[in-house]
Write a protein that binds this ligand. Sequence first.
Ligand code: NDP
Length: 277
Amino acid sequence: MTLIDHYAVFGHPIKHSKSPRIHRLFAEQTGQALEYTAQDVPAEQFQRAVTTFFAEGGKGLNCTVPLKELAWSYADHKTERAQQSKAVNTLALQADGSLLGDNTDGIGLVTDLIANHGLDLSEIRILILGAGGASRGIILPLLKQAPQTLVIANRTVDKAVNLAAEFHNKGSITGCGFDDLNNRQFDLILNATSASLSGQLPPLPAGLLATGGHCYDLAYGNEPTAFVRWGLENHAAKSLDGLGMLVEQAAEAFFIWRGIRPQTQPVIELLDAERKP
Ligand code: NDP
């Protein structure tokens, strides 16, 4: 049994995860005594690792690639946003010993867009590129902001169409392929493909971004991603990466576990400054 509350992030690979740093900064800032570690857990070892973690007194877990769907299946009960997204990034031990599964990715993104960058998402045209786990997690929180339209475009067209269909009763949402984006315009384009990680971009037609529109890549790195560069080249008012989302989703997890909201701005600024040359 650990004497101070133990939290961790599981994933594979996990070496470069910023989560331990972020949670330790939150703990310091809020005066909370806790430890937060990172553990390399491949999918086939998830069940055993998570059972051991909580049996040894662990209080909460973050799960990242490729474990979010497994964590969803493992949770005893789930929040609405986790239920709908079919992915869990936060497990929290409850007083009765059960495990609550939540997904804080979407609220992390929306908080970064609205609170940190001053965007108003109501009545705007939003395009999400990609129909994988990240896309699934951000749809409901985005629809709750009442955009005019939400379009999901994906390389594998069926995945976008099926994903949009799952949310059809939650707002104006459609799915399509990249070819169907010709002659369309959006006020906010979110890149939720993993293409950026390999320096690639989905094929995007000229004129896709409306004048005064914004771009946001869920991925982040020490250098501007390919999509952030595309946004700048296409005159985005703001072309942002996912560092703010990362810190905001962590803050939401911290709140679920500890009941205290840490200030995110100093942490975002610190991590941002560290990646500048
Ligand atoms: P998935 O593997 O679940 O999905 C990947 C998606 O990218 C699929 O839609 C896939 O299309 C598409 N894709 C991959 N390569 C290409 C390509 N070359 N051209 C076009 N489309 C491509 O990944 P996730 O959804 O889990 O993650 C997506 C991104 O979001 C990652 O970069 C991840 O780092 C980031 N992320 C950031 C977070 C943050 O806190 N900032 C939180 C969560 C995720 P297809 O279906 O056709 O294969």
